[in-house]
Ligand binder design. Structure first.
Ligand code: ZN
Length: 473
């Protein structure tokens, strides 16, 4: 089955074919580096990590670019309010550059703790200021811009397709925007490409352009960075659904107006999460970071497990109860990996002992491999069907999986399923002595050894096929 993805452009699930499978051009809108990422922010990077892994499992080579917004993202998400970086600097009594650096590092720490593959390139908005100016010059030459007292704006009425992507109702937008409407703007949907610093305005990040000091608008960086680093059309552009009506709509307008080409073939958007049924917000005190989860006994990978249990298109509700369930499910999978390891080790020994493998035994071996291939095919079919991770998870729960199959699961989901403490020699010796004691009917000794092993973190599982160790946590 070839990969199918939900394309926001057509509002349909479509077959995905990159322009060049050896160089799949993917652009992901990254974080605004002025505060610690909360768990809602991190979901999208987990889903896009899955996207990249599935492309790779399908034999493609993704070239992904991620940006860091370190200037120009105003508190309103539009063209009013304070620059988020400037606000962060005041709050922490640091320079804007220090704030950006600090939160970039923190973001990467969170990113790595989720076992997410590094993008091919991470780009900071402030490294593309000259390219921003060049793009604004092109848009100006082509007649798409106008100046007001506070900035250079994109005239959305000059770009007839403007409302198409987000299926915007511009008349409705206009009616709702009378309050606080910037009277110098020609249309309510026009947006700033560049902002001029006003007399008395305190803005530490500033660059000279058209004889005045100013800074770029929020949207221009994504058009510029994706153009410079990947080129149009991109194969896939990812973000959250909140990016559709403004940020991505504006990116498309800028890029397609400036270069006269389609910006991107596939637009992927993941949905929101709520926490205990409520929006994530500072005022509700639910802006949990990975550290907050860790303090309550959850690894970042437990959180990742919870995220991937849901589909990227579905709205999710987070609760600590559900996180606990995800944690247990992950432990169960690790124990299945541990069991597969021990069983296959045993099998290998048995095989070594058999010098001439006769026909019936060979058949058993073949069947085992075929069984695995079936699982891997079924597993990839679920993922190729619009990244259906919840169904892939259900298949894992309901399948016999060999070590090879588990390696495939880990390769795609990267949940740390192989990262666990295995028994040391001393513990293996205790296990051997316990088996011996059980065979000799010395149940007192066997129970004592079992309890000691439990203290060491290993739970003994006795089955018809023998005794195996499992992890307690
Ligand atoms: Zn963006």
């Amino acid at each position: 089955m070839s990969l199918k993805l939900y394309n926001t452009l057509s509002r349909k699930v479509e077959e995905f074919h990159p322009q060049d499978a050896e160089n799949v051009k993917i652009y992901t809108c990254g974080p605004t580096v002025y505060a610690r990422a909360h768990i809602g922010n991190l979901c999208s990077y987990i889903y896009w990590g899955l996207l990249v892994a599935v492309l790779e499992a399908d034999g493609m080579r993704p070239q992904r670019v991620l940006n860091f917004t370190d200037v120009g993202h105003l508190t309103s998400d539009g063209d009013t309010g304070e620059d988020k970086l400037e606000r962060g600097a005041k709050r922490e009594n640091k320079t804007v550059w220090e704030v950006a650096e600090y939160y970039e590092e923190l973001f990467m720490r969170d990113y790595n703790s989720l076992f997410l593959e590094m993008p091919a390139k991470i780009c900071k908005a402030t490294d593309y200021i000259e390219a921003d100016k060049q793009m604004i010059d092109i848009l100006t030459e082509k007649g798409y811009t106008y100046e007001t007292s506070d900035g250079i704006y994109f005239d959305t009425s000059k770009f007839p397709k403007y409302a198409e992507f987000a299926r915007l109702d511009l008349d409705h937008l206009k009616a709702g925007a009378r309050v606080g409407f910037n009277s110098e703007k020609r249309n309510v949907s026009d947006f700033a490409l560049w902002k001029f610093i006003q007399p008395g305005e305190d803005h530490a990040m500033k660059w000279e352009y058209r004889g005045r000091e100013g800074y770029p608008g929020w949207h221009i960086e994504c058009s510029v960075i994706s153009h410079e680093e990947l080129g149009e059309p991109l194969d896939i552009h990812c973000g959250g659904i909140d990016h559709i009506p403004v940020h991505h709509t504006n990116e498309i307008a800028q890029t397609e107006a400036a270069y006269g080409v389609k910006m991107c073939n596939f637009w992927l958007h993941c949905n929101f999460i709520t926490i205990d049924g409520q929006k994530i917000s500072k005022s509700l005190g639910n802006t949990y970071s990975l550290d907050d989860l860790f303090k309550r006994g959850f690894s970042p990978l437990d959180f990742k497990m919870w995220v991937l249990q849901g589909h990227y298109l579905g709205e999710r509700n987070f609760s600590f109860e559900d996180l606990e369930a995800a944690k247990n499910r992950r432990l169960n999978w690790k124990n299945r990996v541990a069991l597969a390891m021990q069983k296959e080790n045993n099998d290998e020994k048995t095989l070594e002992q058999v010098t001439d493998v006769d026909a019936p035994e060979l058949k058993v071996l073949e069947e085992k491999l075929v069984g695995d291939a079936e699982f891997v095919h079924g597993f990839m079919d679920k993922l190729n069907d619009n990244l259906n991770s919840p169904e892939a998870f259900a298949l894992i729960d309901n399948s016999e999986i060999s070590l090879k199959g588990w390696k495939m699961v880990e390769k795609v989901f990267r949940l740390g399923l192989f990262d666990f403490k295995v028994p040391a020699d001393e513990q293996l010796e205790k296990m051997r002595l316990r088996n011996e004691a059980r065979e000799n009917g010395d149940y007192g000794l066997a129970d004592r050894l079992r309890d000691e092993l439990l203290d060491d973190g290993f739970l003994m599982l006795d089955t018809d096929a023998g005794s195996f160790w499992q992890l307690c946590k």
